[in-house]
Every structure is written in structure tokens, then in C-alpha cells.
Design a protein around this ligand. Structure first.
Ligand SMILES: [Zn+2]
Length: 458
């Protein structure tokens, strides 16, 4: 396949105003200025389009598609306490519907690789992990599901009610099973599993250290929430006698195989530790804004050499958030805090692509348009009647409130989206599946007598 006459923003290397990209199989085999040399293959005319690497989402909870719009004015801890019991009512059908809609939504905003952090596994409600893996296969995105867990319920000093936590041994067994069944370490892999106990306030120290050993023995990555709110800071100081990053360091959780969600409340020393150890973070600006959690020090983290990727976070705390839109949120929040040079449009594009690839340990395969990398590309139509008034296509993509039309989304050279329409599945069907998942989840929560389900409606 050859894409021609296209403005290429490769993230690594110089931009090309009108050039071509040649794809063979699932890889990029050449790119350059001007038209492609003669040759076989489908030719896509990219006139009026901007080509970027596919966006990489490094923090999500897909099941939350089914609980959007609830507890709208709550802090993180209030929001969690309201929603834990609703989530306890989920089953495999809810997860499949929610993941289908959530991943379809991400694809439509230029995302080619998504992680997911699933940490609520009520007993006897089907194989929830398999349900989201199946949804990702159907949509056609590269998928990095993280087997999450919670073992520290209220009776142990944790935040979640005991009804939604699991036993440590059961967690380790199920996590190993997920790795053995699904993890594919190959270069072109469309599915890699990570190990992801939920957060310091819902997980025991023992589960954190056991999870790290398990992940390192299996050669998979580690992920958790960290330093999201000041309440978490307080909780850690009270219960463990130290702040979140120090606690994770003590548990062996800093390193190049670890990426944390949020990392909002970091000291200078914390940032330096991230940089020195190669620990990554997933910046989730919409969710942090929605919950009033604070703003991560992204521009300082980048300046000090710490890797930052982007994440939309679960849709229950960032309703209908898109990957393309998170570039804008990241840019505006940093500028609001630090001034107009804090983050450029191209830096925002870089953290949304290569920064994300680094979080997932895939910087050699994904995150930039380079020869030898996987052909995961987004083609944005920037010559629209309104959009073409913006001189710089990357500025149009990142600064605009609404994203430019998505002419094509390729994952490993395969078309997933064409002209703003999913091609791998019926777009209407996956949208409806998401709304049906919400109905089923809220109905079941009420049937099970979880009072929170009613409270959060209001
Ligand atoms: Zn999260």
C-alpha cells in the first residue's frame, strides 16, 4: 500500500509537506518527499491529509463506559465509594458491550493501540478479561489489557467495600492465567498483558511486591494508579508513613518496566527518580480536571527526562473523552499552569504517540512514522471548508476543539476507520452495545440491592 501527496508529521525526523509512505505487510518500508516511485499496491491519495502515527492510549478502564455521567461533582474518593458497588454488578456481557463501544470510540479519534486497566472481578459473573480481549479483536486495535486487582477492602484499612476485593492467591492465579493465555511478546503483537494491582489505597503491600515478582518473572509490564490526589498522599502518609512514590520505591516498583497512571502530585525528587529509573507515567488531563485532582507537572517531567504518555482514563471520570482531544487538554492545562511555551502542539503529539509507546515498552515498534516500524497510522483530513483556514495542520489537529475528520486509520496496514466510520464492525451496533451495557449494569445493581446505584442517579 502507498499513501501519497500527504503531509507527514512523523514525530521522529523532519516533517514532510508533501510526501509518501509505502507499507508492505504490517510494516512501513519507506517514506520520503514527493510521489512514490512506481510499484505495485493500492495507492491512497492523501491530498489534503495529515499523516501522524496512530495515537497510543496508556490508561483506561473500558468497563466504565457503562457508568458514565454518575457522581458528577465528587472527589476521587467520593466517586469511587459511590461507584464500587455499581461496578460489583458487572458481568461479561456488560464488559463486552462497554469495551466494544469504548474501543470503537478511541479508534474514531485516531487511537491504534490502547491499554486497559481492569481491576473489578466480582465472583461468578463470567470471564470479564476474555470479554474485553474479544471486543478488541473485533474492533481491530492493538490491545494491552492489564489484569488489575484489589485485595485491601475496608476491613483491612482500604477504601473499597469488601464485596469488590479478591483474595491474594486467587489474584495471582488469575493473573498468571491471563498472561499464559493471551500475552504475545512478538514484534507485531496485537495483544500484550500487563500486571496492574489497582492503587496503594486498595491493594496490600504484599500484593504489590508479589505482582512485581510475577510480572518480572513473566517478562510483562507493571502498571498502577499513583499520586492522583492529595487524599491519596494523606492516606499513604497515615498508613505507610511515607508519600506514594517513596512507598512504591520501597516495594520495588520503580523501573523501566513500570508506568503509573496520573502521577499528579510529584515532588522534584519524585520526578528525578522517575527519570533516573525510566519509570513512565500516563497523563490523564480530562479525568484529573473532572475530579478536581490537580494538574500533573508534565512540562517539568519532560524537561527533566521523565517519560510521559497520555491516557483518556475510564469514561466514568472523563465522559466521552477522545484521544485526539487529550492532546489539546494536555497542552492547555500545561500552558494555563506554566505559560504559552510549556507544551507545543508537536510535543503534545509526541506524548500521545511515542510517549505512549515508551510506556508500553514498544518504542521500537510503535509511536512514530519510521522505516521498519508497524504501519499504525492516522490520516486526518485538514483541507475541510472550516479547518483549512488554519495554516499549520498539526496546529489544526491539536489546538482545535473538535478533531479534523479521520480519513483513514490503519493498524498494521489494515483499515479500521475510513471517512469517520468504523469498517471492522458496525458502528451503530457497537454504540448501541455500550448503551445496552449501561442499562444492564444499572438494572443489575438495583436488583442486587446496591443502594449506591440509586444515589448516583440523582
Ligand atoms: Zn484510572
Amino acid at each position: 500500500m502507498i499513501i501519497e501527496n500527504v503531509h507527514i508529521a512523523p514525530v521522529v525526523g523532519p516533517e514532510i509537506e508533501s510526501g509518501h509512505i509505502r507499507i508492505e505487510g504490517d510494516r512501513i518500508v519507506s517514506l520520503g518527499a514527493g510521489p512514490a516511485p512506481e510499484g505495485d499496491g493500492d495507492r491512497i491519495d492523501g491530498t489534503g491529509c495529515l499523516a501522524t502515527p496512530g495515537l497510543v492510549n496508556t490508561h483506561h478502564h473500558l468497563y466504565q463506559w457503562a457508568s458514565q455521567g454518575l457522581a458528577q461533582d465528587a472527589t476521587l474518593f467520593e466517586w469511587l465509594v459511590a461507584l464500587y458497588q455499581v461496578w460489583a454488578a458487572m458481568d461479561a456481557e456488560v464488559v463486552h458491550g462497554a469495551a466494544s463501544a469504548g474501543l470503537g470510540w478511541l479508534a474514531l479519534s485516531g487511537c491504534t493501540t490502547s491499554s486497559d486497566h481492569h481491576y473489578v472481578f466480582p465472583t461468578g459473573r463470567g470471564d470479564l478479561f476474555a470479554a474485553e480481549v474479544e471486543a478488541a479483536r473485533e474492533i481491530g486495535l492493538r490491545f494491552h489489557p492489564a489484569r488489575g486487582s484489589m485485595d485491601r477492602g475496608k476491613s483491612q484499612g482500604g477504601l473499597p467495600p469488601d464485596v469488590v476485593v479478591e483474595k491474594l492467591d486467587d489474584i495471582l492465579t488469575a493473573t498468571q492465567e491471563a498472561i499464559d493465555t493471551y500475552h504475545d511478546p512478538s514484534f507485531s503483537s496485537k495483544l500484550r498483558v500487563a500486571v496492574a494491582p489497582c492503587s496503594p489505597f486498595s491493594v496490600s503491600a504484599e500484593l504489590m511486591t508479589e505482582s512485581a515478582s510475577q510480572a518480572r518473572a513473566a517478562g510483562v509490564r507493571l502498571h498502577t494508579h499513583l499520586a492522583e490526589t492529595l487524599d491519596e498522599d494523606e492516606h499513604c502518609v497515615e498508613q505507610f508513613g511515607m508519600r506514594p512514590v517513596d512507598y512504591m520505591e520501597k516495594l520495588g516498583w520503580l523501573g523501566p518496566d513500570v508506568w503509573f497512571a496520573h502521577a499528579v502530585h510529584l515532588s522534584d525528587g519524585d520526578i528525578d527518580k522517575f527519570a533516573a529509573t525510566g519509570t513512565g507515567s500516563a497523563h490523564c488531563p480530562s479525568s484529573n480536571g473532572r475530579l478536581g485532582a490537580g494538574i500533573a507537572r508534565v512540562s517539568e517531567m519532560l524537561a527533566r527526562g521523565a517519560n510521559v504518555g497520555l491516557g483518556v482514563d475510564g469514561n466514568a471520570s472523563s465522559e466521552l473523552t477522545t484521544m485526539a482531544g487529550e492532546m489539546r487538554q494536555a497542552l492547555l492545562f500545561q500552558r494555563a499552569r506554566y505559560g504559552p511555551t510549556a507544551l507545543t502542539a508537536r510535543q503534545a503529539l509526541e506524548i500521545a504517540t511515542l510517549g505512549g509507546a515508551r510506556n508500553l515498552g514498544r518504542q521500537d515498534e510503535l509511536g512514530s512514522i519510521e522505516v521498519g516500524k508497524l504501519a499504525d497510522l492516522a490520516l486526518w483530513r485538514v483541507d475541510g471548508a472550516f479547518g483549512s483556514a488554519v495554516a499549520d495542520p498539526v496546529c489544526q489537529l491539536v489546538f482545535g476543539t473538535s478533531q479534523p475528520p479521520l480519513a483513514r486509520l490503519l493498524v498494521g496496514g489494515e483499515t479500521v476507520v475510513e471517512d469517520d466510520e468504523l469498517r471492522t464492525v458496525s458502528q451503530d451496533a457497537v454504540g448501541r452495545a455500550g448503551a445496552d451495557a449501561r442499562d444492564r449494569l444499572l438494572r443489575t445493581a438495583e436488583e442486587l440491592g446496591f443502594s449506591a446505584a440509586k444515589e448516583v442517579h440523582s
